[in-house]
Design a protein around this ligand. Structure first.
Ligand code: DAH
Length: 331
């Protein structure tokens, strides 16, 4: 007789070495199949004494049952492991969808424009707008720059092929919004007008043919150069910080008298020119049907791109329009 105890122990150990259902069924065949020792022993029952036969048969059946249980259990184990493995491999990672989506933000110029508007609105100004395509009247004449005036040459104007030659143009500064505002609105006037402006400049590290300016205009009674200087100082400190100073230098613009350029101080003590300003010329007021005897005012204008490039110390102002996300993301 075979050692059934040992056989079932062996079957158990062999079953564990099988890691797939196919492998297991091969092993199972060895222990329960036609050529297995169990089957051989069963066939051999006839050759043992009849008195022992029943007990031996019973023992063989019991052994068979216990080995079958071993394989059934192992099969379940393997199937479960395979199932887990399948689940893991078919798993779709949905957490990706839960990750915060990277958000864009306003362009540097737009941010600066918004901040400038906020600073001036905080000082009691409102925001005005005008068209980007202008006529000679608004861009030049009403601003006291008649067509014979040499200052016209300084503006490197981009003309539009419409009407008389040099009659329609892309505005070369935001100053025409002064005229449009005074035409529309009776004084007192306190406005700022940010917007795009255009000149024939070719783009280089400090110039763009399409750039941005912000214009300021105040018309009221008893306005002096002191109000102008104070407003510029207040704006410069609100925008750049308390430690930054401003100064005015005499200059010339046809639309202001007296005229000045204004500078802001840099940390190293040097000055940076930011824009132009002055007391609104009486001719400009008259051109808008405002009595210069009754009303006075000041105006100023400066480049927003310039201010941004100075604030962030950009090496090349063209970065602002190249739309390279690696650059823009930093701000
Ligand atoms: N429009 C001028 C320019 O683009 C800047 C300027 C100077 C605007 C003096 C003003 C001003 O309002 O008063 O060069």
């Amino acid at each position: 007789m075979i050692d059934l105890q040992k056989l079932s122990q062996e079957a158990k150990e062999a079953s564990i070495t099988a890691s797939t259902v196919e492998e297991l069924s091969k092993v199972q065949n060895q222990y329960l199949g036609k050529k297995s020792e169990l089957v051989k022993a069963k066939k051999g029952l006839g050759s043992i004494p009849e008195s022992d036969r029943a007990t031996a048969g019973k023992e063989l059946n019991e052994a068979r049952e216990s080995i079958e249980i071993i394989f059934t259990e192992r099969k379940l184990e393997i199937e479960e492991a395979e199932w887990d493995l399948n689940l893991a491999s078919e798993k779709i990672d949905l957490t990706e969808l839960l990750n915060p989506i990277t958000r864009g933000h306003l362009h540097l110029i737009t941010q600066a424009r918004d901040q400038l508007e906020d600073v001036f609105v905080g000082m009691g100004f409102t925001v005005a707008e005008g068209p980007e395509v202008e006529t000679a009247w608004y861009n030049f004449e009403a601003l006291n720059i008649p067509d014979w005036h040499p200052a016209r040459g300084n503006f490197d104007t981009i003309f539009v092929d419409l009407g008389e030659p040099e009659e329609v143009m892309l505005r070369s500064h935001t100053s025409p919004v002064q005229i449009r505002t005074m035409e529309r609105q009776a004084p007192p006037i306190y406005i700022v007008a940010p917007g795009r402006t255009f000149r024939t400049d070719s783009a280089d590290s400090t110039h763009l043919p399409a750039f941005n300016q912000i214009e300021g205009l105040v018309i009221d009674k008893g306005i002096t150069m002191g109000d102008l200087a104070g407003t510029i100082d207040a704006f410069v400190q609100a925008f750049f910080g308390k430690e930054v100073k401003s100064r005015l230098r005499p200059s010339y613009f046809p639309f202001t008298e007296p005229s000045a350029e204004f500078d802001i101080s840099r940390p190293d003590g040097s000055w940076l020119e930011l824009g132009g300003c002055g007391m609104v010329h009486p001719n400009v007021l008259s051109n808008c049907n405002i009595d210069p005897e009754e009303w006075q005012g000041f105006a100023f204008g400066f480049g927003i791109d310039r201010l941004v490039s100075m604030r962030y110390q950009l090496d090349d102002i063209r970065e602002l329009v190249l739309n390279d996300a690696r650059f823009l993301r930093q701000f």
